[in-house]
Design a binder for this molecule. Structure first.
Ligand SMILES: C[S@@+](CC[C@H](N)C(=O)[O-])C[C@H]1O[C@@H](n2cnc3c(N)ncnc32)[C@H](O)[C@@H]1O
Ligand SMILES: O=c1cc(-c2ccc(O)cc2)oc2c(O)c(O)ccc12
Length: 351
């Protein structure tokens, strides 16, 4: 049977030609992530950074990172084509993308890429179709690893570190955006509890950015037990489903997206209980899913929504209406939404 005509399908020649090209992005999309992961593991961006930002020839780079020139040439050819690195007359150089893969860089996303491309995170995608079909929905993560994400994290310290480091590298970008987009957020606030604060990177940065603040980093006991000490930050282990330490303000970033509405309402009621003074508030830093034409960051919110389907029990990214629903149910008298230059928005909820 021959190809159907444009009149029959309603597809123009141009659209069809575009699809011929686009289809390969779906088929080989993983290659880009895989090669960037390899570049991070080889330390290519780190080596160029250590060379004081000066370009390096293939043989210099090969000697520095201890990788033979022949495969390195092919890897660099691919990454130059993708603009991850650039080729100048004197050798290979960093671009704005590879600067984000310098492991100790201020805006490094290397740890998040290593997390998302890890076998633990990737394997459950094989189970997504089977899991969404079943009525008594087992998450793909649990179907693959036999435990839910937080049980698995508690039992696998090396994955727990990979996860906390991944979250922490994104936290650095988020706190800078909070300061830029909402610099009055902590006015009149002396103490803040970061609920689900991971290894404390976020509160550590918050107390630096807002120097009058004292903070508690509150997370599961096994998570805070490995958190490094930090000035004006106390680490407390506990369970947000039981209670939250008393404070002026509660801060939650990328915590509520892990949970269904009922669990979120439960957590938010505990956070509301924790607010000691009359001027306190709960600060939520999360994605707010918007109409398609308003999507920023190439639909990252929708990608995270798919990730929540893989890793959590009915966790999801929410629209403004969905956020309003859970905040109303948790008993907040009013709340505001503030966009910031990041994937997330700031939601301030007042008891
Ligand atoms: C997606 S991570 C977000 C980490 C951090 N807020 C950030 O943005 O980098 C969710 C955090 O919630 C914590 N968590 C899960 N269950 C918890 C509970 N019952 N009580 C306190 N924290 C919990 C996890 O350990 C994890 O650090
Ligand atoms: O694997 C993840 C990744 C995230 C994540 C990544 C990037 C962001 O800007 C925010 C969050 O969150 C996760 C999560 O909440 C979870 O329960 C399991 C896995 C991941």
């Amino acid at each position: 049977m021959g190809a159907k005509s444009a009149e029959m399908t309603g597809i123009t020649k141009e659209e069809d030609a575009e699809a011929d090209e686009e289809i390969w992005r779906y088929i080989f999309g993983f290659v880009e992530t895989g090669v960037v992961r390899c570049a991070i593991e080889l330390g290519i961006a780190d080596a160029l950074e250590a060379n004081e930002g000066q370009p390096m020839t293939l043989s210099q780079l090969s000697a520095t990172i201890n990788c033979p020139p022949s495969p390195l040439y092919r890897i660099m050819r691919f990454l130059v084509h993708r603009r991850v690195f650039k080729e100048e007359t004197t050798g290979y150089a960093l671009t704005p993308i590879s600067r984000r893969f310098i492991t100790r860089g201020e805006r490094s996303m290397a740890a998040l890429l290593l997390l998302e491309s890890s076998p633990v995170i990737l394997a459950p995608w094989q189970a997504l179709a089977a899991c969404v079909r079943t009525e008594d929905r087992l998450t793909p993560f649990k179907a693959t690893h036999g435990q839910d994400h937080w049980e698995y994290t508690a039992r696998h310290p090396s994955y727990s570190k990979l996860f906390d480091d991944g979250m922490a590298c994104h936290a650095r970008v988020a706190v800078a955006a909070i300061k830029e987009g909402c610099d009055k957020l902590f006015e009149g606030i002396s103490t803040v509890v970061d609920v689900g604060g991971g290894n404390g990177t976020t509160v550590g940065l918050l107390v630096k950015a807002f120097p009058w603040l004292r903070a508690i980093n509150f997370d599961l006991p096994h998570v805070v037990s490995t958190a490094p000490p930090c000035d004006r930050v106390e680490h407390i282990g506990g369970d947000m489903f039981k209670s939250v330490p008393k404070t002026d303000a509660v801060f939650l970033m990328w915590v509520l997206h892990d949970w269904d509405d009922e669990a979120c309402i439960h957590i938010l009621r505990n956070c509301k209980e924790a607010i000691a003074g009359d001027d306190g508030k709960v600060i939520i830093v999360e994605a707010v899913i918007k109409e398609e034409k308003e999507y920023k960051y190439k639909g990252v919110g929708l990608m995270l929504d798919m990730l929540m389907m893989i890793d959590t029990n009915n966790g999801k990214e929410r629209t403004q209406e969905e956020w309003s629903h859970i905040l109303d149910k948790a008993g907040f008298s009013c709340y505001t939404f503030t966009p910031i230059p990041a994937i997330q928005s700031i939601i301030q909820a007042y008891p």
